[in-house]
Design a protein around this ligand. Structure first.
Ligand code: KG4
Ligand code: ZN
Length: 336
């Protein structure tokens, strides 16, 4: 079969990214411009600021990508773009850009679900990885537990009922004035703390449920911080981070391993920003290893938002004839 060169475009949140990927797996370039420094002072992503920055940046990112891959626009076979979920204004920048390219080059447009992109990051990291497998997707906006039956075919068994896992990390970090985004900071501090220091609640919900809930844990940590302050006692930040992180990851790991056993899957993949978490990676490998289940996760760069994962997911849509047309609109709350 002829090589397929996919241009990926991702602007769903605070990263402007364009990638070029060959046959869904081989990254020729993955240019990412992060806006984190711009949003840091606000303690979170400001949607209007994000949209404007995407507009200013996207042309340069395309030039960078083509230069790095030593390709011209004529070498591109199709254009894959995130159309949801995400911030509507931010999504619209990438989507309009991709539509214009598709129209001007007369090449197919392929709409990609951002969550599907996160899953596909594992296809890039592991060129031999094929469905079926169990995947835990945990990021700033989503927490899903999914059985991947085939490319583009998902059985969603669990999702969060309130906060996403990354959101919980960010909110707890904010309450302790640790900075933004909170996940990597808590991850580092947790390494120096005692995970048994504070007994925060683990929310397993109903016995047979694969759903998650992090709002109870979040309240418990906030109550702990307030009561320590009121009593005038010292807060050991490292211990709070370690105990909080452990309460999150134990539930994520237990439910994922339980699902893998239920599905007789010998592979668990993790994806999304929180898949960078060192505690989650280690505990998942330990618990899954007890059942001879292999654990896969993308490199840290591929865990956070990037366009290579979107191009990879777009490639599988393309070979399954799932094209979009120029009427494709941004869907901020798009489901998997
Ligand atoms: O996938 P992503 O870049 O964006 C979304 O689609 O949401 O994920 C960003 C989220 C943030 O909440 C961030 O705090 C979290 O991933 N994160 C981490 C780590 N690195 C990033 N959470 C825990 N531990 C980390 N090492
Ligand atoms: Zn994401």
């Amino acid at each position: 079969m002829k090589n397929v060169i996919t241009l990926g475009v991702e602007t769903s949140c605070d990263e402007t990214s364009i990638a070029i990927v060959k046959n869904g797996r081989e990254v020729l370039t993955n240019r990412i411009s992060s806006q984190i420094d711009l949003h840091k002072k606000f303690g979170g992503v400001v949607p209007e600021v994000a949209s404007r920055k995407h507009i200013e940046t996207i042309d340069y990112i395309l030039d960078d990508a083509l230069n790095e891959a030593k390709l011209s626009l004529n070498d591109i076979d199709n254009i894959a773009v995130t159309y949801g979920p995400g911030l509507v204004g931010a999504l619209l920048v990438g989507l309009s850009y991709a539509k214009a390219l598709s129209f001007a080059l007369d090449k197919p447009l392929i709409g990609v679900n951002h969550i599907e992109g996160h899953i596909s990051a594992n296809y890039i990291e592991y060129p031999d990885l094929k469905p079926p497998f169990v995947c835990l997707i945990v990021s700033g906006g989503h927490s899903h537990l999914v059985y991947i039956k085939d490319y583009g075919k998902y059985e969603i068994l669990g999702r969060t009922r309130d906060d996403a896992a990354g959101e919980a990390f960010d909110k707890i970090a904010r309450a302790m004035n640790l900075g933004y985004p909170g996940g990597p900071i808590i991850d580092d501090l947790a390494k120096k703390g005692n995970e048994d220091a504070i007994d925060f609640p683990r929310s397993y919900l109903e016995e047979d449920s694969f759903d998650f809930s992090f709002s109870g844990l979040k309240s418990a940590v906030l109550n702990y911080l307030n009561s320590m302050k009121q009593k005038g006692e010292d807060i050991v930040v490292e211990d709070v981070c370690a105990s909080f992180q452990n309460a999150v990851i134990e539930v994520l790991v237990d439910k994922t391993v339980k699902l893998a056993n239920m599905k007789n899957s010998k592979i668990i993949a993790i994806a999304g920003g929180v898949a960078s978490n060192s505690g989650l990676r280690e505990l998942m490998k330990k618990k899954a290893g007890e059942y001879n289940i292999e654990v896969k996760y993308p490199s840290r760069l591929l865990c956070t938002d990037n366009a290579a994962m979107i191009a990879s997911a777009g490639y599988y849509n393309y070979i399954n004839n799932k094209y979009s047309d120029l009427s494709l609109n941004a869907v901020p709350n798009l489901k998997l």
